[in-house]
Design a protein around this ligand. Structure first.
Ligand SMILES: NC(=O)c1ccc[n+]([C@@H]2O[C@H](COP(=O)([O-])OP(=O)(O)OC[C@H]3O[C@@H](n4cnc5c(N)ncnc54)[C@H](O)[C@@H]3O)[C@@H](O)[C@H]2O)c1
Length: 271
């Protein structure tokens, strides 16, 4: 029998909780959930109670030491410290807060030079599989158009500084047009989709992003368009929120579980 992979989760919110349940209920033949950690220890304790299995609550250092595969599902700020600890020990890490990767060029270089492994799921976007294939040839253009209901932009400093108010909006309004590198700074809640697309394709300076507020929308909609040697590809994803966090798309949690399945399994499908 194969040795089970010991998994540790950093961040016990919507995605961390979903993955913890998935590992204990569906991947128990391949993996064992070894440890959890959270900035708010009560969240880790609450998750352990819900799981009804023996899982240790450790600090970050001890969690990395005692696990083979670490899942970061915490925040962009957590990415640097977690990934560096994992690489130091030549282990494997799955990163959800992808914005934390592209905003730290030093970390990306460290990853490339390391003997560890870093997994980035496609998250709330579709089309990443095709983009990865297209990248093996030449890519001319990668663009992302995101449409969200106005309430999704509450508290965005970029809009407040420009005196843009969306509460009385009756028609769709273009809020941003420019490269992903600027989009992720202006709209931090759009950071992960733009970051995944940039990493998979032609980088944050060349990936073009448009962001609209649309009053009639109930879902977050991402339209990706890619042109290259292969031809042209257009995908549209209409996301419903994940249980436990209305700002996180359910597909992002599902994509991370699908990536775990790929890591644990022997038959790997898709790019
Ligand atoms: N890749 C994607 O497409 C995608 C999609 C949605 C969300 N995300 C990102 O994934 C991460 C998790 O999302 P979520 O919906 O589960 O968030 P969440 O807010 O529901 O949970 C995050 C948890 O992490 C904890 N936390 C925060 N900083 C921490 C740290 N430094 N160390 C330990 N714990 C910490 C919080 O206390 C909280 O319990 C977020 O950064 C989010 O932006 C990525």
């Amino acid at each position: 029998m194969k040795k089970k992979i010991r998994v540790g989760i950093v961040g016990c919110g919507a995605i961390g909780s979903y993955l913890a349940k998935t590992i204990t209920a569906r991947f128990q033949n391949f993996a064992v959930l070894e440890a959890l950690t959270d900035l708010r220890p009560e969240k880790a304790a609450a998750l352990v109670r819900k799981l009804r299995t023996k899982v240790r609550i450790l600090n970050q250092e001890d969690l990395v030491r005692s696990c083979d595969l670490i899942i970061e599902a915490a925040s962009a700020k957590a990415v640097g410290p977690v990934v560096r600890k994992v690489l130091h020990r030549r282990k494997r890490v799955l990163v959800m807060s992808v914005g934390g990767l592209i905003s730290d060029p030093g970390l990306l270089k460290q990853i490339q030079a390391s003997n560890g492994r870093v997994f980035v799921p496609s998250g709330a976007l579709t089309g990443i599989d095709g983009l990865l294939a297209a990248r093996m040839g030449k890519i001319k253009k990668v663009s992302l158009v995101t449409r969200k209901p106005p309430r999704a932009f509450a508290g965005v400093e970029f809009l407040e500084e420009r005196n843009i108010h969306l509460n009385k909006l009756t028609r769709e309004k273009l809020l941003f047009s420019g490269p992903a590198i600027r989009a992720v700074k202006a709209f931090p809640q759009n950071i992960n989709v733009a970051a995944v697309l940039s990493l998979a394709g032609i980088g944050p300076a060349k990936t073009q992003v448009k962001i609209y507020a649309v009053p009639s929308l109930k879902r977050n909609v991402h339209r990706v368009e890619i042109e290259g040697d292969f031809g042209r590809m257009v995908t549209q994803t209409e996301n419903v929120p994940a249980p436990g966090n209305s700002k996180t798309s359910y597909l992002a949690a599902l994509a991370s579980a699908a990536m775990l399945k790929k890591i644990f399994g022997t038959l790997q499908i898709g790019t």
